[in-house]
Structures are given as structure tokens and as C-alpha cells.
Design a binder for this molecule. Structure first.
Ligand code: ADE
Ligand code: ZN
Length: 340
């Protein structure tokens, strides 16, 4: 790809809507925090840990991801993790972030919900003030655990209702369909939370139907498999239901080993509101710009198509209409004024 397209992507205003904060844990910071908490990692060095980042499927990744998150103990650890992410994406012209955190990954280990969320919220506040990045927080239920467990987590989240915009559903998809969480999602809706679910990453198109019709989600995370079902694809386009795609994640987890076969282009042809994000960038080899670049190269996207994807990111966000419009006009002005 030519340098000018790289430059175009680097300067483009972007919104990150699919990002697990635990997935931004870079090995260097992981070793530093492990040491100060007196925790031993299974790996001898940063290089050894990085070498382990080779995955045949989602579960192989999740095993390492939960292990890494296990060294996060103090409020300060969650603050440092979140701040490092915000500083990184600030250099990439990311203007707005909607971040997932997995409370159960920590409460299961005896860490208080408040320790986790207080550290994340303190960093988000600082990110707003110092870096000008606006943000929202989403708590995700781990789908390999029971619905009862998710209900307990929802209960804890209610104490922070004004600081959490929505709930999500992540972790091991196969064998844990959205239908398992129908009641807890209904309760979350009643309480005023927005709803999202990972669906159709490794799981079938039916899981996307369930997320739509049983969970009544506002956004689908991934959704790659929707193209297996023409009726579903048409329904997603009709509803303008956003799919938050993560191309480098898909490559690394063998969901789509060759990005030239990535479903994004077909989705855009079908008028589906597809967007690009980074999922777990510390593990998958790149943040927002790297995801945009890899996709643009593999699918031979034009500058107009890339700008359209950045616009979709803001359209699919939970920003209020006025803020959305401002970002959209920034993207359009940037694209119109760009010179190589
Ligand atoms: N948790 C963190 N990243 C995830 C992904 N890509 N799919 C499901 N659960 C996750
Ligand atoms: Zn994800």
C-alpha cells in the first residue's frame, strides 16, 4: 500500500466500539504489574510471552487472556491499564471509545467490583480531561459462566448505573448461545442499559438471530457469520444494526486467516452498517490504525471506502446525535481536505 493511504488512515478521526480493556494488556506492563503485586507469570520474559500469542481458535486465546488478567489486583492496576490504552489510541486519532470490561474475570478471583471499575473510571475521566477522548463503559458477562452468575454481576453493576452505558456478552461462544442469557438481558434492558452481544464470531448465524430476537440487542459484536444467511443479512441491513468487526482478531483467531476473504466488503455491498475495531489489540498485533490498514490492503479499499468506515464507527456509537454529527462532519472535512 502507498504511504499516502497510511497517512490518510493515521489522521482520520476514529471511534473504537469493540475493545476489551483486558485485551490491551501489553506484555511489558503485565510484567511490571505482576512484579509489583508479587505475582509470577508462567513465562520467563516479555519475548517468551509474545511467542505464546499464536492461536488456533478463540478458546486458546481466552486461556492466555484470563491468565494475563490474573495479575491485576489493585485499583491502580486497572487505572494504569486503561490509561496506557488511552494514551496509545490518542496517538492514533481515536476520538471516542466504548470499552468493555469483564467484571467476572476479576470478581471470581476475589477482586472487588469497585476496585476494577473505580480504576477504569478514573482513567476514563483523565482521558477526557487531558486527551479529549470521550468514552463510555460496557460491562460484559462471561458466557461460559451461568446466567445466575450474570444476574449477580448485573446487581453489582446497578450501583454504577450512571457510569455504565450497557451490557455485553463475551468469552467462549460455541455451546453458549445468546438464548442462555435471555432473562438477564431482559432485566438489564428494564434497568435502562443498552445491550450488545458477541455473536457469529465462531458461532453460527443462528446465534446472531438469537441476539437480535431473544436478547433484543442494540449492536452485534463481530457478526461475521451473518453472510451465511441471506435473510439475516437483509434484516441486519434493514434495521441498520451495527456489526463491530475486528479484522486482525479474526486473522489471529483463525476466524478468517486470510483477510482477502474477510466478509467486510460483502457486508458493505449489502448495505450492512459494518465498522472496524481492535478487540484485544495487545494480543492480535495492532490497534485501530493497524486494523484499518490491514483491511484496506487486503480488500483494496479506496480512500472513500475507508472514510465511509470511519463514519460508520461514529454512526454506530452511543454518542448523542449532536456529538455524532460533529464527528461525522470532522471525518468528511478531513477526507475532503486531505492531500498527499
Ligand atoms: N473476550 C475478549 N475478546 C473476545 C473475543 N474476541 N471473543 C469473545 N470473547 C472475548
Ligand atoms: Zn470482542
Amino acid at each position: 500500500m502507498n504511504d499516502s493511504l497510511h497517512k490518510f488512515i493515521a489522521g482520520l478521526p476514529k471511534a473504537e466500539l469493540h475493545l476489551h480493556i483486558e485485551g490491551t494488556f501489553e506484555p511489558e506492563l503485565m510484567f511490571e504489574i505482576a512484579e509489583r503485586n508479587g505475582k509470577k507469570l508462567k513465562y520467563a520474559s516479555v519475548e517468551d510471552l509474545r511467542k505464546a500469542y499464536s492461536f488456533n481458535n478463540l478458546q486458546e486465546f481466552l486461556d492466555i487472556y484470563y491468565e494475563g488478567a490474573g495479575v491485576l489486583i489493585e485499583e491502580r492496576d486497572f487505572y494504569d491499564l486503561t490509561m496506557a490504552y488511552l494514551r496509545k489510541v490518542h496517538t492514533e486519532n481515536v476520538r471516542h471509545v466504548e470499552i468493555f470490561f469483564d467484571p467476572q474475570t476479576h470478581t471470581e478471583r476475589g477482586i472487588a467490583f469497585s476496585t476494577v471499575i473505580d480504576g477504569i473510571l478514573r482513567a476514563l475521566e483523565e482521558g477526557r480531561e487531558e486527551l479529549g477522548i470521550t468514552s463510555e463503559l460496557i460491562m460484559s458477562f462471561l458466557r461460559h459462566l451461568s446466567e445466575e452468575d450474570a444476574f449477580k454481576t448485573l446487581e453489582e453493576g446497578l450501583k454504577y448505573k450512571d457510569r455504565i452505558i450497557g451490557v455485553g456478552l463475551d468469552s467462549s461462544e460455541l455451546g453458549n448461545p445468546p438464548s442462555k442469557f435471555e432473562r438477564v438481558f431482559a432485566k438489564a434492558r428494564e434497568e435502562g442499559f443498552l445491550l450488545m452481544a458477541h455473536a457469529g464470531e465462531e458461532g453460527p448465524a443462528d446465534y446472531i438471530w438469537e441476539a437480535l430476537n431473544l436478547l433484543n440487542v442494540d449492536r452485534i459484536d463481530h457478526g461475521n457469520r451473518c453472510l451465511d444467511d441471506d435473510v439475516l443479512s437483509a434484516e441486519l441491513a434493514r434495521r441498520q444494526m451495527a456489526l463491530t468487526l475486528c479484522p486482525l482478531s479474526n486473522k489471529k483467531l483463525q476466524v478468517c486467516p486470510d483477510l482477502r476473504n474477510h466478509p467486510l466488503r460483502k457486508m458493505l455491498e449489502k448495505n450492512i452498517l459494518a465498522t472496524i475495531h481492535s478487540d484485544d489489540p495487545a494480543y492480535f498485533g495492532g490497534y485501530m490504525n493497524a486494523n484499518f490498514i490491514a483491511t484496506a490492503e487486503a480488500l483494496d479499499l479506496t480512500r472513500e471506502e475507508i472514510a465511509h468506515l470511519a463514519e460508520n464507527g461514529f454512526k454506530a456509537s452511543f454518542l448523542l446525535d449532536e456529538a455524532k454529527e460533529e464527528h461525522l462532519s470532522d471525518v468528511r472535512a478531513y477526507a475532503a481536505d486531505f492531500s498527499e
